[in-house]
Design a protein around this ligand. Sequence first.
Ligand SMILES: [Zn+2]
Length: 470
Amino acid sequence: MVYRSGMLRLHDTMTNTVRPLGLRDAGKVSIYACGPTVYDLPHIGHGRYVLVWDVVRRFLISQGLEVTFVSNITDIDDHIIERAAEHGRTEQDVAQEFEAAWFSAMDLLSVLRPDATPHATAFIPGMVALLERLLATGVAYQTSDGVYLDVAMIADYGVLAGQPLDQLRAGARIEAHPEKRSPLDFALWKAAKPGEPTWEAPFGAGRPGWHTECVVMSLDLLGEGFDLHVGGQDLKFPHHENERAQAVGDGKVFATHWAHSGWVVVDGEKMSKSLKNFTSLTDLLVRCDARAYRLLCLQSHYRAPVEVTPETIAQAEAALQRLDNLARRFRLTPLGPEPVVLADFAVDPELLQTFVEAMENDLDTPRAFASLALAVSAANASADAGDEAAGTALAQSVAVLLASLGISLRSGLGDIDDNAQSLARSRDEARAAKDWAAADRMRAELEALGYTVEDRNGETSLSRRGPFGD
Ligand SMILES: [Zn+2]
């Protein structure tokens, strides 16, 4: 019997409540995630939010739902223009380089590629048409430097910020722009400046504002009333508020549920002492097992901050090692990184129910992991007590559920070279013969080769030492 309630309850920023994710079309989920502006390498904060939404997506797929996941690339903006000018390159060249860097980091993290990756520059006609409509109805107005949205025209402006318009207005920085009606009004279109890429439009040549891209691309690709709009907490206001304001101003039903993920906390001082460029995701991923970063992120609730330090990464690597040891002990078949549909596997019913209930309760991954940790202990205990079959069944269940979160266990000694493997077996023989001196010498040799050596169930267990030593 497969436990499946199929009702994910997620915090909705708009209502500030945890409520069921309603689906516009039965059995199908449409999700839009704001993607990167490609002018630099991704940082670890990017890694965290993409992992959160990758897990939401994988979880929904694991429940048998058909998910359409759209995530854009902002390939024109101030940063890209600046970077191109600094290095004497074209904007397109800069954007292509960092888009490639983005996806190679995402691939390392086993983040599923979006079903569609719209590029802002490919949707300019749709943006121009939206602005023409907003100008025609007076929701937007023209100034000498572009087109702005008049936030006073949007009845519930501030709903995502969680503050009414007058409060937002009181807190807004007063800027010297005599043509703007309110400091909160935001640019939909930036009038052409010499040397910048521009597109023709009836209201004057220029380029789109950032907030205009996502509203056009999400509605174009997912249609009105799509199910879920996600992003990092920092996008809630003003970016998401402003996306929504344009849709509302255009008389469209926008996303019906909004979810936001928490920050990454880095102890900057510690970082700079021990590591260079630790805040670059690309850099982190060459130093540690990418699965450990996923594990670290999932050990915190997605709305809570995650602390990334050499210690927390090392702890996640150690936890991962225990899980890999389980896969090794029970010689489990590797799964993933492709999405897993849970109904296709035999999973321990009790564990499945606890796990799914935790996930459905606002994606409570810490509780889901706690249930997996208990199952790991129980699997080992069963096998220790001689019930290999019960242990294997439970271990396999753990591996399936981890794969549903995008964590593939490694049961082989794939990343351990033959020399080290044969040394480990020789050490086992020495230990069996009670030749402790030889066993210790071989342990030292293995450690010198960069392996962590553990004794598990009378066997030498090897893993590659973490990037920060152990
Ligand atoms: Zn966006």
